[in-house]
Design a protein around this ligand. Structure first.
Ligand SMILES: C[S@@+](CC[C@H](N)C(=O)[O-])C[C@H]1O[C@@H](n2cnc3c(N)ncnc32)[C@H](O)[C@@H]1O
Length: 273
């Protein structure tokens, strides 16, 4: 526990260092990371289309506000929560530049602080881009999300996959993904500009996270992404046909839970009735 809290400082350092350049560089710097971000964006659109009431949505680990701003076009109010004050400031500055008026950003540690919402009042929670693995105790985290969720609300969770091909193969090259599990250290190695940050993470296999989620939610869908694109080096993806081939293969493999080879596990869930 003490080690977790100590390592968490490296995550805060990474977020502080990345806040001002995150929007320009994160998606474009590593091919697999970029296609994963677009995969999540599509899933957010599909999931929110099936929600009837769209009063409010909450983004956990909102960073510079990327998903918060896309949700603002669909929901009455959208709250972005992040534990890094620099990320909150960047998101607020982005909000001003965009002229968006229905987003609210707050600095809050979602694993230690209660969510600042009344019971049963939130229509949609987005906890994507590995956020579910940045929490040491999933039961407390899930319980708090379930508390604030409306009976017919939905949640998207993303976790790091301990069984991903990229985490299990001995590759003789650097793969086109910005973060990789370091099994010995139980950390996530994130390359940002010329620095490497080792941040604390709890990786799961698909059966492990399924069992945890089912204690609190009904699972609507579960997938892993992107199995193939995350194992090759960045220069492979300079070729259009290779990019297309790997993307199509990854989309086909996403729901194949026997292979479950993608570095991210993405789950769409709803409240247990
Ligand atoms: C990979 S970034 C994703 C940012 C944004 N969701 C996106 O997809 O562009 C993860 C974010 O989660 C935040 N974060 C990590 N642990 C957190 C915690 N315990 N509470 C709140 N925010 C956290 C980080 O500061 C960072 O901004």
């Amino acid at each position: 526990m003490q080690k977790w809290e100590e390592l968490k400082q490296s995550h805060l350092d990474l977020s502080t260092a990345a806040a001002s350049s995150y929007d320009e560089m994160y998606e474009s710097s590593s091919h697999a990371t970029g296609i994963y971000m677009r995969y999540e964006e599509d899933l957010i659109l599909k999931t929110t289309a099936s929600i009837q009431q769209k009063e409010n949505a909450v983004v956990l680990g909102s960073g510079t506000g990327r998903e918060t701003f896309s949700l603002a076009a669909m929901f009455g109010k959208v709250y972005g929560l992040d534990f890094c004050p620099e990320m909150t400031r960047q998101a607020q500055s982005n909000q001003q530049k965009r002229g968006v008026t229905n987003t609210h950003f707050m600095t809050l540690d979602v694993e230690n602080d209660p969510l600042p919402f009344q019971d049963g009042t939130v229509d949609f929670v987005n906890s994507s881009f590995g956020m579910g693995s940045f929490v040491l105790n999933p039961a407390t985290f899930f319980q708090e999300i379930r508390r604030v969720l409306r009976p017919d609300g939905k949640v998207i969770f993303s976790f790091y996959n301990s069984q991903a091909f990229v985490n299990q193969l001995e590759l003789g090259w650097a793969p086109a993904i910005s973060s990789r599990l370091n099994h010995q250290e139980e950390t996530l190695e994130v390359k940002f500009q010329d620095k490497t940050f080792n941040i604390p993470v709890v990786p799961y296999s698909v059966p492990e996270i399924k069992a945890e989620l089912l204690k609190f939610f009904n699972i609507i869908s579960i997938s892993t992404f992107p199995s193939i694109s995350s194992i090759f080096p960045q220069q492979f993806f300079n070729n259009d046909r290779v990019r297309q081939l790997c993307l199509e293969a990854d989309l086909l493999l996403a729901e194949n839970l026997d292979l479950a080879g993608g570095p991210f596990i993405v789950a769409v869930v709803e409240n247990k009735s």
